[in-house]
Design a protein around this ligand. Structure first.
Ligand SMILES: [Zn+2]
Length: 290
């Protein structure tokens, strides 16, 4: 049996699956209810124990926000969790007796969309999560590409304009510094959710701010296409809920490149698994690495 845990700043989800990857149980709780990392591990281990019946859970993947040390299975200092330098993989292995992997949450969401969501049937796909931040997961030749230090896919930190605003990461002009929910709130003086709602109601200045963000995202899609030659972009995260507002501009920007001929232009799809993508991908990663 396999388990996938998706650890986020607001929710923790645990999913159990048969060894072929089919999910049969899924539970969640609010992260702030679990005061410490140890409490989270104990909660997840108890849920796994409750649902596994007589079967043994052999392989578990924990999808967690970066930065993480994948090799040592350590959660370093995620911005939206109060835990630092936690050896999460070892703690979970001790609590369950299973083989435990720690993996990047955007990578796992991308893997979930690739195997069971919008990216099914492709071999080369780029997943982008567009929300309060911007992250990504790369599927190359049918496999998750993690790079030399398991940090590949940081789409949000592609530099769009070297003279642009300073990003949290210390670089100037990152995609994230232009289009993330946090950046849009800073630019427009209102929460991003409100900005998208106003744009949907037809407010012209809100629409212009959203269109500009979608144009910057489209520029990033052009660069990613030139570097990686994917068949498809899958866009997830909270902003993808406003698909009708962002898709036309992203697509028009991608089409505006004279270098990317129609024959090699990737398709653009909205993610299908919503906030389940991380746990679905984590189970898949547990299956691949069992
Ligand atoms: Zn950055």
């Amino acid at each position: 049996m396999l388990a996938g845990i998706d650890l986020g700043g607001t929710q923790v989800r645990v999913a159990l699956a048969r060894s072929d990857g089919r999910l049969f149980a899924s539970v969640k709780t609010r992260t702030p209810l679990l005061a410490t990392a140890q409490a989270m591990v104990e909660w997840a281990a108890a849920e796994i124990d409750r649902h596994r019946g007589r079967d043994k859970v052999r392989s578990i993947t924990i999808a967690a926000p970066g930065p993480i040390d994948v090799k040592r299975g350590v959660l370093v200092n995620p911005p939206n969790l109060p835990w630092q330098n936690v050896p999460l993989a070892a703690m979970m292995a001790r609590a369950t007796g299973a083989k435990v992997q720690l993996a990047n949450d955007a990578d796992m969401a991308g893997l979930g969309e690739f195997h069971h969501g919008a990216g099914q049937g492709t071999k080369n796909m780029v997943y982008i999560t567009w929300s309060t931040g911007v992250g990504g997961g790369l599927i190359i030749d049918g496999k998750l590409h993690r790079g030399a230090h398991a940090t590949a896919g940081e789409v949000g930190h592609m530099i769009i304009d070297p003279n642009g605003p300073l990003d949290n990461c210390g670089q100037r002009g990152c995609l994230e510094a232009f289009v993330s929910g946090t950046a849009l709130a800073r630019q427009t003086g209102r929460p991003a959710a409100e900005l998208f709602a106003e744009a949907a109601r037809g407010n012209r200045s809100a629409q212009m701010a959203v269109e500009q963000a979608a144009r910057y995202m489209g520029i990033a899609l052009i660069s990613l296409t030139n570097v990686l030659d994917p068949e498809m972009f899958v866009i997830g995260g909270g902003v993808s809920r406003s698909w009708g507002l962002i898709q036309p501009t992203m697509l028009a920007t991608l089409r505006s490149s004279p270098f990317i001929k129609p024959a090699r232009r990737p398709r653009l799809r909205r993610a299908r698994l919503g906030d389940r993508a991380g746990q679905v991908g984590a189970v898949e990663w547990a299956r691949i690495n069992q």
